[in-house]
Design a protein around this ligand. Structure first.
Ligand SMILES: NC(=O)c1ccc[n+]([C@@H]2O[C@H](COP(=O)([O-])OP(=O)(O)OC[C@H]3O[C@@H](n4cnc5c(N)ncnc54)[C@H](OP(=O)(O)O)[C@@H]3O)[C@@H](O)[C@H]2O)c1
Length: 265
């Protein structure tokens, strides 16, 4: 995904609009051929046509609903076997369903299918392709909501915490591999996800809302710097390192033979 030509093929999920469509634009301009995956074929075809003309890259469009098992398996098979693919941008996701009592559990299941199951299975397929060849990039779109249960978005936030944890855990497993991983944690970003999930982004403090182009450019700058976790709005990367260090202080005491003295009568 660096700034050179002949970068191989990037497969981007959720590429019909929003963050995925901007990744498509930027990766085409970095010399990647593309496979665009989402449900809205017409929108992807229009984007593909523009990128072929502007960037001179090959763009394939695959219509797939990643909550549909047959469609998901089709994308997985391609990811696992096509050695021209050098990058996966695991981006498709839905938000909303915040009221835990009022929401139909089917909506939770659908969200988990897309935000967790599809992300995991596609990362797994990409890893089977990349790890044996010691090359490739997996970018997973998480969210700052995954760090902040206080926002009161328990299921969406949990799916995004999962994506962060998955990425960090894979980094441990692939420690001796050249396969690159990145979790991107956007804050509020101006895309259709808000309207789709029944929220009004215009009601938010504009100082908290990032333009989607700026968000993706910052995520790519973080990638270029070698970051495992990129929070595009965070001014001081040391704040993230300090948060990790504070958590690491717990580790020596998280599994011991005896309950802590404070629990004894
Ligand atoms: N925007 C934000 O504020 C924000 C903040 C933090 C994290 N994120 C994360 O960033 C990612 C992209 O979000 P976005 O803001 O770009 O959202 P978006 O504008 O709503 O776009 C979502 C993309 O996912 C695709 N998609 C949705 N359901 C799908 C399905 N069942 N199968 C295949 N594709 C599906 C959509 O295309 P089709 O409808 O054509 O299928 C669309 O291309 C998500 O994972 C989101 O959680 C967004």
């Amino acid at each position: 995904m660096s700034d050179k030509s002949n970068q191989g093929v990037a497969l981007i999920t959720g590429a019909s609009t929003g963050i995925g469509a901007v990744y498509a634009d930027r990766l085409a301009k970095r010399g990647h051929d593309l496979i665009l995956v989402a449900r809205d074929e017409a929108r992807m075809n229009a984007l593909a046509e523009r990128l072929r003309a502007e960037a001179g890259v090959k763009v394939e469009v695959i219509k797939a609903d990643l909550t549909d098992k047959a469609d998901l398996v089709k994308i997985e098979q391609r990811l696992a076997t096509d050695t021209a693919i050098t990058a996966l941008v695991n981006n498709a996701g839905v938000a909303g369903a915040n009221d835990f009592v009022a929401t139909d559990p089917e909506a939770f299941e659908k969200m988990i299918q897309l935000n967790v199951t599809a992300v995991t299975r596609l990362a797994s397929a990409a890893a089977r392709n990349f790890v044996p060849r010691d090359t490739g990039v997996i970018v997973n779109l998480a969210s700052v909501v995954g760090l902040m249960p206080e926002l009161g978005m328990p299921v969406y936030g949990a799916t995004k915490a999962f994506v962060l944890y998955l990425t960090q855990g894979l980094r441990v497993q692939f420690a001796n591999s050249a396969v690159r991983l990145q979790a991107v944690l956007p804050g509020a970003t101006r895309t259709e996800i808000w309207e789709r999930s029944g929220s009004d982004i215009e009601a938010m403090d504009p100082n908290m809302v990032m333009d989607v182009d700026d968000m993706v450019d910052a995520a790519l700058a973080g990638f270029d710097r070698g970051e495992l976790v990129t929070i595009p709005s965070l001014p001081d990367a040391a704040d993230w390192d300090n948060a990790l260090a504070a958590k690491a202080k717990l580790y020596p005491n998280l599994s011991r033979s005896q309950p802590a003295a404070r629990f004894k009568a």
